[in-house]
Design a protein around this ligand. Sequence first.
Ligand code: GLV
Length: 302
Amino acid sequence: MKTWVPSASVAEVLSDLPGVECAVYNSSTPMPEGIEEVEVWVPPLMPVPDVPGTLAKMTSLRLVQTVTAGVEPYRPHMPAGAVLCNARGVHDAGTAEWAVGAMIAVLREFPGFADAQRRGEWTYHHTAVLADSTVLIVGHGSIGAALERRLEGFEVEVVRVARTAREGVHGLAELPALLPQADVVVLLVPSTPETAGMVDAAFLGRMRDGAVLVNAARGSVVDTDALVAELRTGRLRAALDVTAPEPLPEGHPLWSAPGVFITPHVAGSTPASERRTLRLIKAQLSRYRAGEDLDNVITASY
Ligand code: GLV
């Protein structure tokens, strides 16, 4: 069973599965031989340059198992007969932890105090605080639930929104009414045609004065120009792990917008995610070999 994997550590963890023949392919290795015989592809965290072209040449493909929660580079290009599975759960801990850290950093002005420290200045003043605030989680999947668990000790009210309303979770259509009540809005929705540009000038305009936008989803969810315009008024602040475009080019207006804290898409890039990734891939390929049902199959409702 010819399997392309993103790293030697994934190949190593699969080495005791009989019949699984691994080759490493990522954006810094040459493409291995025999693309037309690849049955299982575990693509790397950073997509290879031509995902549609690569998938089109994989004429024996049966399974794509991503190491990311987001599957937008693969989903529109999946060949008929192949199944797409994501890494739901793998990045919950890292991403939820980043979101808590980022909202606290912005509310408590850590980036500004770090700048003052470099200047050797004691800039005493009061700051905002997370306690007693309302945190609106937009995209209440497994990362949203992990975030909510981590927020339990912070004395906040959590309001949940997902694309489909359910018990205790509001639907996206209710966002206009919910946004003005939130002190922190955390984006965790997947990148789909429905969420593209969802955070536009009208969305931002409904956010409360002084509120913080936290994006741990995808840059495409936010209209970057509208965010820059809103940040420049000083009315809102933001913590962004993802941007559009990405990487954010030198000189982009977002770098110098006031009140924004930017990290380079690192929320899930931790040893915790790496350990969980290896466990997931091993379990999925064992199930695949045994002809059992796979976890995290991406369906039309993703
Ligand atoms: C990371 O961005 C992921 O989609 O898991």
